[in-house]
Design a protein around this ligand. Structure first.
Ligand code: PLP
Length: 350
């Protein structure tokens, strides 16, 4: 604390990211990274783009927006890109979520949402997940300006089908619905096809998880033009060049490589299903996940103790010291070998 701090800085409670260990040999199943390297075309494209490092990048990132638009069957003007979807989310909070009526999101969801509420002075209410840790859209029938859902939800992994998202959007014609689809590519249904019909829907995705590019920092939003324009106004009042030329080139190459995408997704999904079976056999209760992680607890073991035991043995998983979920572990789906090692250790620990 210093007397030079702006008052808002005193009131912040910053997000704490999962640990990035310095030592080698740690099995990292704590931050939902992809266990496979990105498409080899990404590296080629980044190498070629180094020629342009002397120049400022395209402030509109047109090549990337057009590539995303073609992939998702929307117009390039309906795409906004940012430095990771965290930045896209941050701009969304500032551009679209700050109103008199509160923003609604689940009590258990991505813990960055309340952090942005503080930073941008957005009033919000948390809507409890039901006893099965599911979002019930009928619980959102209350006064609000916006509804924000992560779908699949983090850290539960549970997702709503597109028709349920559509019901939510139609039930709230005067509210904005924002769907954070960071994990949608691992088997859930995207709400992007609804964009053409609903002006009150914004969908946010990232290349960090399903494209194995967490280190490149690329995320995007898709919505009708007026919503995208609001995000552009904030972005152009903040940083003209959020994406550098290497990130733009790498992201374009990644989205164009359908074969890599299809193959690695299928591998992650197959490993997830095996991991769920193995955890269940050890007595874990595992929530039904359509993400690249599972959320599980054991009836006889404290979550904190299991996480600490795994950590001592060189495996990192995520544990949240939070009511309702403090006995759960959020385990990223790694390779078959990594998950096998995890299961072997858990067999000793439980
Ligand atoms: C990982 C994650 C993000 C952020 O992704 P980046 O694009 O890496 O910033 C956003 N939302 C949720 C729910 C996430 O889990």
């Amino acid at each position: 604390m210093s007397r030079f701090w702006s008052p808002v800085v005193r009131s912040l409670s910053p997000y704490v990211p999962g640990e990035q260990p310095k030592q080698d040999g740690i099995i990292k199943l704590n931050t939902n990274e992809n266990p496979y390297p990105p498409s080899p075309h990404v590296l080629t494209a980044i190498n070629a783009a180094t020629d342009r490092l002397r120049l400022y990048p395209d402030p509109r990132a047109s090549a990337l927006r057009e590539t995303i638009a073609a992939h998702h069957n929307v117009a390039a003007e309906e795409v906004f890109v940012g430095n990771g979807s965290d930045e896209v989310l941050a701009h969304t909070f500032q551009a679209l979520l700050k109103h008199d009526a509160p923003l609604l999101f689940p009590d258990i969801t991505y813990s960055f949402y309340p952090v942005y509420c503080r930073l941008y002075g957005v009033s919000h209410e948390e809507v409890p997940l039901d006893a099965a840790m599911r979002v019930q859209i009928t619980d959102y029938r209350r006064p609000c300006s916006t509804i924000l859902l992560s779908n699949p939800n983090a850290p539960t992994g549970i997702s709503l089908p597109r028709k349920t998202i559509e019901a939510l959007v139609t039930e709230h014609p005067d509210q904005l619905v924002v769907i954070d689809e960071a994990y949608v590519d691992f088997g859930a249904e995207s709400a992007v096809p609804l964009i053409a019909r609903y002006g009150n829907l914004l969908v946010i995705q990232t290349l960090s998880k399903s494209r194995a590019l967490a280190g490149l920092r690329v995320g995007f939003a898709i919505g009708q033009r007026p919503l995208i324009e609001a995000l552009e106004r904030v972005k152009d009042s903040f940083n003209s060049y959020p994406l550098d030329c290497l990130a733009i080139a790498g992201a374009v190459a990644s989205i164009k490589d359908d074969a890599w995408f299809h193959d690695t997704r299928q591998r992650v999904i197959a490993t997830r299903e095996a991991l769920v079976r193995a955890l269940s056999e050890l007595g874990f209760e595992v929530l039904p996940s359509l993400a690249n992680f599972v959320f599980a607890r054991h009836p006889n073991c404290r979550g904190a103790e299991l996480a600490a035991g795994l950590r001592q043995r060189g495996v990192l998983v995520r544990h949240f010291q939070k009511p309702r979920i403090d006995d759960f572990l959020r385990i990223t789906v790694g390779t078959d070998d990594q998950c096998g090692r995890l299961i072997a250790l858990l067999r000793d620990l439980v």
